[in-house]
Write a protein that binds this ligand. Structure first.
Ligand code: GLN
Length: 313
């Protein structure tokens, strides 16, 4: 049978931009005070193919803090260094279905099987990054995040300072994990490194390149650097499917069908394995903490390009 022609990447992201640019739903995160001051009108879309072609639309130069999106890449580095089994045993891989900073999620499981893409599991990941002191761990984290992005990332100091002075809740999660023997470094230092990691500045192109590196089996298609192995990617994408959008991950998978990860800075990236990575930056969030516009744009792009892996056409 003759397959219907799919439209070009550029025409689809252009159309998505026009379709959703005036959507006014959602609100910037404000529990981290500095995030409330970010321009809510920033709106950029970038698609990077698995062979390194870059398609852009809208504001692709404004930077936002990476926040939770970083969890994917730090965890990938721990898998790369220690193996998928170690991460499964020491952190867990299952979705909690609860809010991203839920204490209950830790408590009900006594620190076991915590979701690595929400705060407790992510702080456990930073605690497992190579290095016997904070400075070395931090250096290794900046390196892996930058390798995925294809350029040297730097920290948004006001965001870091704002969150670091006000992250008692995350510290509590880390100490609770320690009480269950599931924290592998000083809990307050691990939380501090995690907070810095979340404050790394990125734009839509950085995020799309990170996603494209996953789409390309761990080789950054822009810089050509091998960042992680295909096996690490294969243990990264499934968790993005089950837990990438916090407690709305099931809804996301139902609508879009592809692995993704959001952050409260307003970034959202998604991976179409073997084909492309896509990212959208738009700060206003829904109640679960996911960018409203970014979700709509990526769902639309997946539908238009017919790349939902469960769609057989
Ligand atoms: N730094 C943020 C926090 O710990 C990250 C959360 C997020 O993006 N969901 O609360």
């Amino acid at each position: 049978k003759v397959k219907a022609q799919t439209p070009s990447y550029q025409s689809v992201i252009d159309a998505a931009y026009e379709k959703f640019k005036d959507l006014k739903e959602g609100k910037n995160a404000d529990y981290i005070k500095e995030l409330a001051t970010v321009d809510p009108n920033i709106f950029g879309i970038v698609l990077v193919t698995a062979d390194g072609k870059v398609y852009t639309k809208g504001d692709i130069t404004s930077k936002v803090s990476i926040q939770s999106v970083s969890k994917v890449f730090t965890r990938a580095k721990v898998i790369e260094d220690q193996g998928a089994k170690a991460v499964q045993d020491k952190i867990g891989v299952d979705a909690t279905g609860m809010r991203f900073n839920s204490v209950i999620a830790v408590e009900v499981q006594k620190g076991k099987e915590i979701n690595p893409l929400v705060n407790p599991g992510a702080i456990a990941s930073t605690s497992l990054i190579a290095g016997t002191d904070s400075a070395t761990k931090w250096k290794n984290i900046v390196q892996i995040q930058s390798d995925f992005a294809g350029r040297q990332l730097s920290i948004n100091q006001p965001v870091y300072v704002s969150e670091a002075g006000d992250n008692m809740h995350n510290q509590a999660l880390a100490v609770l994990l320690l009480s269950y023997g599931r924290m592998y470094f000083d809990p307050r230092e691990a939380t501090d490194i995690y907070t810095k990691q979340c404050a790394l500045n990125v734009d839509a192109k950085d995020l799309a390149t990170m996603a494209a590196t996953l789409a390309n089996g761990g080789v950054n298609p822009v810089t050509k650097k091998t960042v992680v192995s295909p096996e690490t990617v294969a243990h990264t994408l499934p968790v993005m499917c089950t837990a990438g959008l916090y407690d709305d991950s099931g809804i996301w998978l139902y609508n879009a069908g592809i692995p993704a990860k959001s952050g409260v800075g307003g970034g959202l990236l998604a991976v179409c394995p073997g084909k492309f990575g896509i990212a959208v930056v738009s700060p206003p969030l829904d109640a679960a903490g996911n960018s409203v516009k970014a979700q709509r744009v990526i769902e639309y792009v997946v539908e238009q390009l017919k790349v939902n892996p469960y769609l057989v056409v």
